[in-house]
Design a protein around this ligand. Sequence first.
Ligand code: ATP
Ligand code: MG
Length: 567
Amino acid sequence: MSGSSIENNQEIPESSAPPNFIRHFIEEDIQTGKYDGRVVTRFPPEPNGYLHIGHAKSICLNFGLSIDYHGACHLRFDDTNPEKEEVEYVESIEADVRWLGFDWKDHLYFTSDYFDKLYDYAVSLIQMGKAYVDSLSAEEIRRYRGTLTEPGKDSPYRNRSVDENLALFEKMKEGHFDEGACVLRAKINMAAPNMVMRDPALYRIRKASHHRTKDKWCIYPMYDFAHCLSDSIERITHSICTLEFENNRELYDWILDALNVYHPRQIEFARLNLSYTVLSKRKLIELVTNGHVTGWDDPRMPTISGLRRRGYTPESIRKFCERIGVAKRDSMVDLGLLEYMIREDLNKKAHRVMAVLNPLRVVIENYPEEQTEMLTAVNNPGEPDMGTRQLPFSKVLFIEQDDFMEEPPKKFFRLSPGREVRLRYAYFLTCTGVVKDDNGLVVELRCTYDPATRGGDAPDGRKVKSTIHWVSADHAIDAQVRLYENLFSSENPATEEDFKLCINENSVQALSGCKVEPSLATAMPGFQCQFERLGYFCVDTRDSTPGNPVFNRTVTLKDMWAKIKDR
Ligand code: ATP
Ligand code: MG
């Protein structure tokens, strides 16, 4: 199927997606009519953990291709390992794929639904003399396997007759043998340069109950055997997987050819590696079970559920996956790129609100006692359609402790004794004095305001160098705020001897007694906003209760202390 002389059987749908080698292969197959122009991909998670951002790359890729080429994408649970708690994982995976915005329609499959078929395929291989029951121990099988530089040795059981193999395999299925007593192996070549081809195991005995097939089976197909045949059974056209399966392709080809069944095209791409992050399920499970995090959905976790709880949107994750693209070579993506994507998204969507994380009391001496006035604040300066809201202003305010210095260095332009600043959406404010506690700590500022500067502009044109945020003490709501940092202090934790030793001790800082503006009283769990000058935050979906919101910092602003421009 080479060259340009091939007739164009099928139209290739137009797409805005940038070309890449996977799309190139698919379009080639559409043009040559290899699969009658069909495009069917799949996302095949093993339900043994929660999905992470690496899986999102695969999901966006597979579902994205099926959408672009008007095909289908199957969600298939590769549940060949009987393990406990799989139901929880299955449910979380379905929820996460949906949340990312993808729909498998009625194409939901389980490898375990194919156990009967897979068993029949194994029997066929035995009948063809292409599989045998080996009674060597696991340890012996390892020793017989050879190394990259030395060929393996044939098992003494390799030449059992077809009838003997059929009888033994039947007995394996009937539960006559203990776990590990024997395995079914493909009869390929113990001297093959590709180690995968040295008579790989196809079936093993596991006396465990499966979350779907319960106790029907005590033999289970190996991943390699089940995977390629599941793709074949579902008539997948393009079986897209990560690079570590390149070596296995030869085995998949061998199995499908031996059985003379439908043959998908496998295409490998580089998995996602993200800096300051681990993306191996085994390691993520360790973090959860050893209590290094509060659960799979801890906002520091790179899981989809963790990112969701942290305040990431499906759009930002999809954009991220689109931006990183696909490659044939492993590389490390900067975590900063993911953060950039959520900032870009929230910049357009999130309401600006005022919140004071470390409150310092301000008393405005010339403001009338008992008076409250409402000031108009813009919800999103870049999006006029998002409207405005009313902010209460009164005699006693809170500002950020950081926004005041009694003895400021040269470059400090925020509040200090004698200095005038702008209160966002309110008035110019001048500090006239400080109140200290017994330890000499500043606990209150005495200030005056200029009533002529309502809204934040001086009629005489005088300027201030800084605008700070505030809340009205009587009207503010108490809140807890969690500031998150990277979970790991090493850029590539996976290369450390023990990845757990580089867990960042300061990955979460929990603040209580924070003060947020009253409009947040009705904010529902999941609500996202920008705390002006501080970053993007969302209301935690687990720990918030009505009237006692807990905010998670999704991401900082690019430059936290950039001066807010005059409106
Ligand atoms: P892990 O290595 O985290 O245990 P896995 O590959 O064992 O992951 P599966 O449930 O088998 O997890 O993965 C389902 C699909 O997601 C596979 O097709 C796999 O290639 C893909 N996938 C897993 N991790 C990544 C990643 N980091 N980048 C891209 N795709 C990934
Ligand atoms: Mg896997």
